[in-house]
Design a protein around this ligand. Structure first.
Ligand code: ADP
Length: 265
């Protein structure tokens, strides 16, 4: 475990968390402390539970009927799955950017303003839109066409618009599930630069298939793998979680070494 990852700086704590979809175990016994204002990457082969875990952080799996969680997942020391916790409020504090950019079919301006208005934002809306687009490194490209439809933007711009939309709600945490997987290399680089800029202000958790991306953007990296049960079904588990440099240069586990050097499977 990361040496500087002490509980007084951790924002999200995952303690003995297992996830099931119906009877099927998807993720087994995960323990992690996610530090505040750092970037944490979740890597590992397909099907090892990375998306499942990231969706647990903002209660997005609640929308799946068969989903159940064991163990404790806490945010600022409070159990996120306490029945008294309002999942909608959680999603305001812990925002999500998805794999495929999904702007609303509304103007660029409205993509930012809509959520703020629903949340009864009472400040200067023009200022919020401008600041959010600036934070997402998109302002320069869209400031003269704020009334155009968000769907008219390029893929990379759409993804930065979704990041601006997340930022506008002033979250603590921004979850990103493979945010660059549908983008070209130039747009990927722009989004990676943006993730760097968000660091220090937000806690970012990013799922990525791309190991180089984890190495480039993340302070901490968690490597997940999948294992077969006697029944033949597979479940994911956390192999190793540490500073990104350690995971890539000198991991403790052989499986991590194999994965990060591309000698996996
Ligand atoms: P990864 O993101 O690492 O590719 P996932 O979290 O998507 O892994 O999947 C982990 C396991 O959970 C897989 O076996 C997958 O089939 C299963 N799973 C994911 N989502 C659902 C769902 N909505 N219903 C049932 N099983 C699911």
């Amino acid at each position: 475990m990361a040496s500087d990852n002490s509980s007084n700086t951790s924002l999200l704590n995952v303690e003995n968390v297992s996830v099931y979809y119906g009877e099927a175990l998807a993720l087994k016994d995960v323990n992690m402390e996610i530090p505040k204002n750092q970037i944490t990457a979740l890597i590992g082969p397909s099907g090892c539970g990375k998306s499942t875990l990231i969706r647990c952080f903002n209660r997005l799996n609640d929308l799946i009927e068969s989903f159940s969680l064991e163990g404790r997942l806490s945010y600022k020391g409070k159990n996120l799955y306490d029945p008294k916790v309002d999942a909608v409020k959680v999603r305001r504090q812990i925002g999500m950017v998805f794999q495929k950019p999904n702007p609303f079919p509304k103007s660029i301006y409205e993509n930012i303003a809509y959520g703020a208005r629903i949340n009864k934002y009472s400040g200067d809306m023009d200022e919020l839109v401008e600041n959010s687009l600036k934070q997402a490194a998109l302002w320069g490209e869209v400031k003269d066409k704020l009334r155009e439809n968000g769907l008219s933007l390029s893929g990379g711009q759409k993804q930065r618009l979704c990041i601006a939309r997340a930022v506008a709600l002033k979250p603590d945490v921004i979850l990103m599930d493979e945010p660059c997987s549908s983008l070209d290399p130039v747009s990927t680089e722009q989004v990676e630069d943006l993730i760097h800029e968000l660091k220090g202000k937000y806690t970012v958790i990013i799922v990525t298939h791309n190991m180089q991306q984890a190495a480039r953007v993340a302070d901490l990296t968690a490597f997940f793998n999948a294992r077969e049960q006697e029944s033949g079904s597979r479940f994911g588990y956390l192999v190793e979680y540490d500073d990104t440099d350690k995971i890539f240069d000198n991991p403790e586990e052989e499986a991590t070494q194999k994965y990060v050097s591309g000698r996996f499977g």
